[in-house]
Design a protein around this ligand. Sequence first.
Ligand code: UD1
Length: 375
Amino acid sequence: MHILHVVGARPNFMKAAPVLRALAAKPGVRQTLVHTGQHYDRIMSDVFFQELEMPQPDCNLEVGSGSHAQQTAAILTAFEPVLLERKPDLALVYGDVNSTVAAALVCSKLGVPVGHVEAGLRSRDRTMPEEINRLLTDQLSDLLFTPSADGDENLLREGIDRSRIHLVGNVMIDTLVRLLPRSDQHRRANLAAPYVLVTLHRPSNVDDLPWLRELLATLAELSQQLTVVFPVHPRTRERLTSLNTDSASHPRLQLLDPQPYLDFLALQRGAALVITDSGGIQEETTFLNVPCLTMRENTERPVTITLGTNQLVGRDLRKLRNAAKEILSQELEGGTNKGTERGRAEKQHRACSIPFWDGHAAERIAEIIVSRDKN
Ligand code: UD1
């Protein structure tokens, strides 16, 4: 059986790595890895292949950056001949980035069955490009692998047949479980706890410059109380440059380059609080039992709120300040070990009560694919 995987952007790599590994362990499975080149920098792509021990891509479409239409169109055009040449029995696509929907569309037009890993998530916010990508990819997919039960419900509501939906759990958590012990050696020696970790890259936060300026001022204010570490995504870096921000006047607000996987995992693990607009980080902080404030009005990952450590603060800086104050006063309470890594590790087994977020989601996917082939 020949399986072709398509990856393109940073969050895809953590999701594909465990699936590639689980399928490699199955006899009679041949795999091809296609990288669209949506992300291309060493720091946004290559470093993840090394740390996650992924095979090098068999083919790189090198589409690079552009508007949504340009990027999607470039993937459609470049991927079609690759698919025609490789003729896989099944293509696997991951998450909700432009590479995901573009690859799924090419496959379905050429009659190649598609499996979507991380299917069924919905924010119900169609202003987010990822929501459009999720809706369309799921409609085009033959096998839908969901990370949580809300995904199954969303797909059923959209008329997708139950027989195509498989609740397998969270593949990103597979990667986290495998590499968590290794992240210990990746702590920043010069960063003392307690600190707040920040990531922001969604257009809704960083493309609106007056809002970004206010957001940054709030982080600078927080940094008067404790260190704020902010690895800056290239999109955000571009916007900050145009704002002409003077970070030197806030010595405890540390703007870093995007971090490799293990360094970022170490940063998350040691943080007293994470402030983010990422999808994956809402999940990882839930698993790590680290409090998370999400700068979005909605989330496609509601289990991180109902069963995890996530809270939505939307575009409300007063809410952000108040929630951060409350969390930090609890986390840093003198005399308890609540806010420490050890305290959290003790609670972790109880805290991650989300079914199938157990490090074995990719094995379940591999088993479903192989047994389907036998039938
Ligand atoms: C993409 C995904 C988003 C995901 C994010 C993770 C879509 C619609 N969005 O957003 O869901 O959360 O990746 O990072 O697919 N750039 C570089 N180096 C790179 C890649 C990009 O400098 O290797 C810069 C370019 O200036 C580019 C900008 O980052 O224009 C944005 O990249 P793009 O791929 O368009 O989207 P992301 O914001 O990264």
